[in-house]
Design a protein around this ligand. Structure first.
Ligand code: UT7
Length: 349
C-alpha cells in the first residue's frame, strides 16, 4: 500500500532572542529558576507588528516546498496546527493559502495545541494513503508572545513559551524503507480546564469551577469578552503545571511504546525521538524511562522555549539539518498537551 513520506521540511524562528534575564524587566523571576525547572535559556519573540503566526508559517513553508522540489502551486491541501491564530476565525490555513498564492485548495486548521502538529500529520497521512492528495503542506506555528501575561501573576506560563514555525511537505512513496509507519492519537477531556484559555469563548461558566463573569440568562450577546474578564486577567492561558507534568511523564512513554509495538519494534530501534518540547525535565524523564541514549533524543527547548504546535517540526527540521537524521532512520515524534491530547508518529526517514 502507498505510504506518505516527508519530502521537504523547513523552519522559521524570529530573529529577536529573549533571554531569561530579559524577562526580569517584566516579572519577578530568575534565570536560575527558569533553567532549573524547564531547561530554557532563551526563546524567540516575533515582531509585534509585521510578523504573525501565518507569516512565520509562510517562511517555514517556503523552505519545505523548495526542499521538496515543488512550487506553492503544486500544493493540493493545507493542514495548519496552531493555538495562536491571526484571527479567532477564519483560520490560518486560508491566510497561508492567500499569502503563498496557492490554488483554491482545501485548507484545514487543527486545534490540538501541543499535539497539534502530530495530529495534523496524521490527518495528512490518511489523505495521502487514500490517494486523494499528492502534495500536502503540514504546518505548526505559534505567536505566543502576543497573548501571555508578562506580569508576575502569569510567570509560571509566560517564561515557558516562545514563537516560531515548522512545516513539511507530505508526498506518496512506495519505497519499503521510507515513510510514515503509523500514527496514534488520544484524548482525555476530563482535565480540559487544567491547561486552557477560557476566554474569549461561549462557555458562560458552564464547565470551569472558577466563575469568569456574571452571566444573566435574560440578556443576549456581549459576554464573549467583557471588561471584567480583561480586568481580572481572564483572557490569558491558565495552567496547573504540576498536574500537566505528572500526566505528561506517563502519557509520553505510553504513546511512544504504542507506536513501537504497532510496528514490532523496540526502543533500541529508535534512531531519533523528537519529543514535543514542553519542558526539558519532561524530555529527560521520558528518555530515562525508555532507556534511550543521548544520541537517540533531540531537544532544543533551551533555545526556543515551548513553541507548542511548532515545536515538533522545528526540532525535527533542526535535527535533520544537523545531520542527526539520515535516510532509512527510524524517527519517532511524540507530543502531549492541553486537552489533554497526546499523539505519536513513527516513520522511516
Ligand atoms: O506544552 C504544554 C504542556 N505544558 C507542560 O508540559 C508544562 C508542565 N509543567 C511544567 O513544566 C512545570 O510544572 C512548570 C515549569 C510550569 C512549573 O514548575 P514547577 O516545578 O511545577 O513549579 P510550581 O508551579 O510548583 O511552582 C513552584 C514555585 C511557586 O512558588 P511557591 O508557591 O513555592 O512560593 C511558584 O510561584 O515557583 C514559583 N514560580 C516561579 N518562580 C520564579 C512559578 N513560576 C515562576 C517563575 N519564576 N517563572
Amino acid at each position: 500500500m502507498q505510504k506518505s513520506k516527508i519530502a521537504g521540511i523547513g523552519k522559521y524562528v524570529p530573529a529577536n532572542v529573549v533571554t531569561n534575564n530579559d524577562l526580569l524587566k517584566y516579572m519577578d523571576t530568575s534565570d536560575e529558576w527558569i533553567q532549573e525547572r524547564t531547561g530554557i535559556k532563551e526563546r524567540r519573540y516575533a515582531k509585534r507588528t509585521g510578523e504573525t503566526t501565518t507569516t512565520m508559517a509562510v517562511e517555514a513553508a517556503k523552505i519545505a516546498i523548495e526542499r521538496a522540489g515543488i512550487t506553492p502551486q503544486d500544493i493540493d491541501f493545507i493542514v495548519f496546527a496552531t493555538l495562536s491564530p491571526d484571527y479567532y476565525f477564519p483560520g490560518c490555513g486560508v491566510l497561508l493559502q492567500r499569502a503563498m498564492q496557492m490554488k483554491e485548495i482545501g485548507a484545514l486548521d487543527v486545534r490540538n495545541q501541543c499535539s497539534g502538529f502530530v495530529y495534523a500529520l496524521s490527518v495528512a497521512d490518511q489523505f495521502i494513503k487514500t490517494g486523494m492528495y499528492k502534495n500536502i503542506l503540514v504546518v505548526g506555528a505559534e505567536k505566543h508572545s502576543f497573548g501571555l501575561d508578562f506580569s508576575t501573576r502569569g510567570r509560571n506560563i509566560s517564561v515557558i513559551f516562545g514563537d516560531g514555525a515548522g512545516a513539511i511537505v507530505l508526498q506518496p512513496t512506495t519505497k519499503d524503507n521510507q515513510g510514515i509507519l503509523s500514527t496514534h492519537l488520544h484524548s482525555d477531556g476530563t482535565s480540559a480546564e487544567i491547561l486552557a484559555m477560557y476566554n474569549p469563548g461561549t462557555h458562560a461558566n458552564h464547565w470551569a469551577e472558577q466563575k469568569v463573569a456574571d452571566f444573566n440568562d435574560n440578556e443576549i450577546g456581549d459576554m464573549f469578552m467583557s471588561h471584567e474578564m480583561i480586568d481580572n486577567a481572564q483572557n490569558f492561558p491558565f495552567m496547573d503545571g504540576q498536574s500537566v507534568f505528572k500526566k505528561a511523564v506517563v502519557k509520553f512513554p505510553e504513546v511512544i511504546m504504542e507506536a513501537l509495538a504497532a510496528n514490532g519494534l523496540q526502543t533500541a530501534d529508535i534512531n531519533m525521538l523528537i519529543p514535543h518540547q514542553a519542558n526539558l525535565r519532561i524530555s529527560q524523564f521520558v528518555q530515562h524511562k525508555l532507556k534511550l541514549n543521548d544520541e537517540q533524543v533531540y531537544n532544543n527547548i533551551q533555545h526556543y522555549g515551548n513553541t507548542t504546535a511548532a515545536s515538533v517540526p522545528i526540532a525535527l527540521c533542526e535535527a535533520w539539518e544537523k545531520g542527526k537524521i539520515k535516510d532509512g532512520d527510524v524517527v519517532c515524534l511524540a507530543a502531549f498537551g492541553s486537552g489533554f491530547t497526546w499523539a505519536s508518529a513513527l516513520l522511516k526517514w
